[in-house]
Write a protein that binds this ligand. Structure first.
Ligand code: AMP
Length: 403
């Protein structure tokens, strides 16, 4: 199986519809606080412009739930794109209303038109075939460069692909880079290969953990998910986050790790707090001494030292999920220390997951990470070994003759 490549399409002088992922974070003033996703789309857009195309861009932003909500307008994205591309970017008034469709029809080559937020249309997240058809009718070619939503069954990602044959659709450069990077990482990592897995719950990352086990040499667990494992080991975890229905599963993962010879690291100490709040009373305790009714909200300093030791000799690090509640300064130290260590390491470092990407950016070490994935859920599905729903229609089977 191979991805349909943009470079192989004959798009010269044609109209191209590019599904991008411009779902960027905004601050309280409505400013874009991290434009990584917009910057990542520039290569594909510029390539199409260089091929003398008329370029229609489409994306979602936030969750307006099928209604026009002004705060989710793509207007700030259009302005940022304009700065980055150093070209005029027009913003359509809507998605598939008459005025917007007219603008797509009249769009001259070398011009860029950004449709309004796709999720202003209720049919987008329902993969409505009528919406998919209307979007598809705007252009002769379809390019998906929206890695962050490629696992979603949405009209602009899944439904739309049925209206284009293999000579008229492809993966954009960003999507191609993400897919190739993860598949190389999972097939042929430079060893020792380790995974640092954190975040809130085991349930969200269960499949990924199970799929990673036979591939990695060590796993380091952090975040809220650690407590399900610690409870299964018989520790008193107080009021920490726990998934009681997954205790057996946690045991199974630890047994499997043992069987496969994978070193499985759990926190040895935590920052415990008397409640889930920035103003909580907190103290560092060993994982065996969490007081009743207290909750572990970060890994402690001994765990940071232990994990650093374990990470010293590795060649490839995959990191998904923060080590604690990094959104609160008080519980961000563990994640921040691990981020610095990972960034300083000479190994290949891969960060997947929206929260972890946000974290390394906040800590200011994003430039020193080898690869930061633009998609949280999508990268997790790749780690689970799945073919993404929006990517499957962009793949070709290689016949013997072609190979
Ligand atoms: P996920 O979406 O599963 O990657 O989880 C990310 C979230 O996990 C972040 O918002 C963190 O605040 C949260 N988190 C990390 N550690 C803990 C913890 N010990 N207790 C509760 N929540 C946590």
């Amino acid at each position: 199986m191979e991805l349909l490549q943009l470079k192989k399409l004959d798009i010269k002088d044609k109209k191209v519809f590019i599904r991008c992922d411009f779902n960027v974070p905004m601050d309280e003033f409505g400013n874009i606080s991290d434009d990584r996703r917009i910057r990542s789309a520039v290569a594909t857009i510029n390539y199409c412009l260089d091929q003398d195309c008329a370029v229609i861009l489409a994306s979602h932003l936030g969750r307006p739930k099928g209604e026009v909500v002004q705060k989710y307008s793509l207007a700030p994205v259009a302005r940022r794109l304009q700065q980055l591309l150093k070209r005029h970017v027009s913003l359509a008034p809507g998605v598939v209303d008459d005025a917007s469709i007219k603008m797509t029809q009249e769009l001259p080559r070398h011009e860029i038109l950004l449709l309004e937020n796709l999720r202003f249309e209720a049919g987008e997240t329902k993969n409505d075939p009528k919406l998919a058809e209307k979007l598809a009718s705007m252009a002769e070619f379809y390019v998906n460069d929206a890695f962050g939503v490629s696992h979603r069954s949405h009209a602009s990602v899944a439904g739309i692909t049925h209206f284009f044959d293999n000579k008229h659709k492809a993966a954009g450069f960003l999507l191609e880079r993400e897919i190739n990077f993860f598949s190389k990482l999972m097939k042929n990592p430079v060893r020792p290969f380790v995974a640092i897995v954190g975040g809130s719950k085991v349930s969200g990352k269960l499949e990924a953990l199970i799929n990673l086990l036979p591939k990695v040499d060590k796993i380091f667990i952090g975040g809220g998910m650690a407590f399900t494992f610690l409870k299964q080991l018989g520790y008193n975890i107080g009021a920490s986050l726990v998934e009681d229905d997954l205790l057996d599963e946690a045991q199974h993962i630890m047994d499997e790790a043992k069987k496969l010879g994978v070193k499985f690291y759990l926190p040895v100490d935590v920052v415990a707090a008397d409640r889930f709040s920035e103003d909580a009373v907190s103290k560092i305790v060993t994982a065996q001494e969490i007081p009743d009714k207290w909750m572990g909200l970060d890994i402690g300093p001994a765990t940071v030292r232990l994990y650093r030791e374990g990470l010293n000799d590795v060649q490839t690090i995959l990191w998904n999920g923060p080590m604690g509640v990094y959104e609160m300064d008080k519980f961000a130290r563990g994640s921040s220390k691990i981020a610095h260590f990972v960034a300083d390491s000479y190994s290949t470092t891969v960060v997947g997951g929206g929260d972890t990407a946000d974290l390394v950016q906040k800590v200011g070490v994003d430039e020193d990470i080898s690869f930061i994935s633009t998609g949280g859920g999508a990268s997790l599905e790749l780690l689970e070994g799945k073919v993404l729903l929006g990517v499957a229609p962009l793949m070709v089977k290689i016949t013997n003759k072609e190979a």
